[in-house]
Ligand binder design. Structure first.
Ligand code: F6P
Length: 472
């Protein structure tokens, strides 16, 4: 039987070290939560890093054993690899560049070498596992070189690649010293998927300008092979969020929060700690809201969840300090004995508690500076069973291409964002339901299962097309 081997840097389960033992927990981030629902189907396997440095062969064997039952195969990274590949090239070179934060990017040859070596490590792990009939589906910017490495070892293999973050304009890509190698790495796939048509267009432009390969209708001719490129906006496991929001646990948590908050209305913000998410700008906009509209003081609170992420990378640590400082200052300035403007949580929440926050919130702020898709926007929509609630969404999140019934804003325009919060808080209920209903229909239909099915069907088609061309 042929299987799909999913390959991503991070596994959907991460291992944590406590004083006495190793514990296993769900990973954060769109990729893990989004794909987490589909990989178990039909005997699929997921290859990736379990998120910590294991100290010896015993620990390695233990982790391998525990993950095996859940169809996961760990790739272990050494401490220098975590530093140079993960924190270095992946998150200090590619991440800032692809999110239009070039000013934060570093260009270290040693980080590049670690990136090549770790992609090679993943390649060996996949080759040890994949049968000739299996489909290999590689994910995200940490593994851009892997498709070509696999292709070299297995010229006939079926290889798909999906990028979960934006693909930026050629002007940003051209700055990277290793730009050609990165594009050539991606072109080892049969099919390359992006969240939006815009990202795909940027990729085709970079391939044409840097490698001289032309394309027509999303089909790149590399000379040796034809590679298909297409846009596949990723969805969520809609029913999972509907059920979580309807669960007894979510209802109970909501009741407890509601009682503690009394009559105060809630605006919600949930992100991983990341400068691309626009968290500091959002805080300033909330402050502006209560300055411009003092009538909202004591009436509205912002609940802000920031999930710890990449805090060993300097920019992330600095952002954490900035957020701590901003929240402290705003709360100190405006709070009263009975009202806290911002309830700030720096930790992750289990699904039922997240669901209760989605239930509680009248407004969700999803206002990244750049975001490949942003699944929080879709999770909020899926959780609003009564059709009420307003989504405020950045025009620079991939999700804005689909969720046009949100209040779409420019996240750098603090004034516009403050006005959007005000508009959301006074929006009549029938307008809320009209907008939310339209978004729910879309998010329900283009869910993560439909997304994966479409990608797989297109991948099978690209393979069939190549066979036809080869035999002509
Ligand atoms: O969706 C983008 C992404 O970088 C994923 O590749 C990743 O798993 C997730 O965000 C969380 O990031 P990290 O794995 O660095 O914690």
């Amino acid at each position: 039987m042929s299987r799909t081997i999913i390959v991503s840097n991070r596994l959907p389960t991460k291992v944590l070290r406590t004083e006495e033992s190793l514990t296993f927990q769900a990973s954060e981030g769109g990729l893990a939560t989004g794909l987490g629902s589909i990989y178990r189907q039909e005997g699929n396997v997921w290859v990736g890093w379990p998120g910590l440095f294991v100290e010896d062969a015993n620990e390695e064997a233990y982790v391998r054993e525990q993950l095996r039952d859940d169809s996961m195969v760990p790739v272990f990274l050494t401490e220098p690899e975590i530093r140079d590949f993960y924190e270095g090239f992946s998150n200090s070179t590619l991440w800032p560049t692809f999110h239009y934060f070039s000013q934060y990017a570093t260009y270290e040859q040693s980080h590049w070498e670690a990136y090549v070596a770790v992609n090679e490590k993943f390649c060996q792990a996949v080759l040890a596992l994949a049968g000739l009939e299996d489909t290999i589906w590689v994910h995200d910017y940490q593994l851009l070189l892997l498709p070509a490495m696999l292709r070299q070892a297995r010229p006939e293999a079926t290889i798909g690649f999906f990028l979960h973050i934006p693909f930026p304009s050629y002007e940003l890509i051209r700055v990277l010293p290793w730009r050609k190698e990165l594009l050539e790495g991606m072109l080892g796939a049969d099919l390359l998927g992006f969240h939006t048509f815009g990202y795909m267009r940027h990729f085709l432009s970079a391939v044409s300008q840097l490698l001289g390969f032309s394309s027509q209708n999303g089909q790149i001719e590399t000379g040796a092979r034809t590679v298909l490129v297409d846009a596949f906006p990723m969805g969520i496991d809609y029913e999972r969020y509907v059920q979580a929001a309807a669960s007894e646990a979510a209802v109970q948590h909501e009741a407890v929060y509601r009682e503690a908050l009394r009559e105060v209305r809630v605006i919600l913000s949930i992100d991983r700690l990341d400068y691309s998410k626009g968290i500091a700008q959002r805080l300033r906009a909330f402050e502006l809201l209560i300055q411009r509209y003092p009538e909202w003081r004591e009436q509205v609170s912002l609940i802000m969840v920031v999930v710890p992420s990449r805090d060993q990378v300097a920019q992330y640590a600095a952002l954490k300090e900035e957020i701590d400082e901003l929240v402290g200052r705003i709360n100190a300035q405006y709070r009263t004995i009975t009202w806290t403007p911002i309830h700030y949580f720096y930790r992750s929440f289990p699904l039922e508690e997240l669901a209760s926050l989605y239930r509680l919130a009248e407004v969700a702020l999803v206002t990244p500076m750049r975001d490949g898709m942003n699944l929080v926007a879709k999770e909020f929509v899926a959780s609003k069973a009564d059709g009420r609630g307003v989504l405020i969404l950045s025009e620079r999140a991939g999700a804005a291409r689909e969720l046009s019934d949100a209040l779409i804003i420019n996240p750098t325009d603090t004034g516009q964002l403050a006005e959007a919060m005000h508009d959301a808080l006074v929006m009549p209920e029938d307008e809320q339901q009209l907008r939310m209903g339209a978004m729910q229909a879309l998010v329900r239909q283009y869910n993560v299962f439909a997304w994966a099915k479409l990608f797989m069907a297109r991948l099978a088609y690209s393979k069939m097309k190549q066979h036809t061309l080869a035999t002509e």
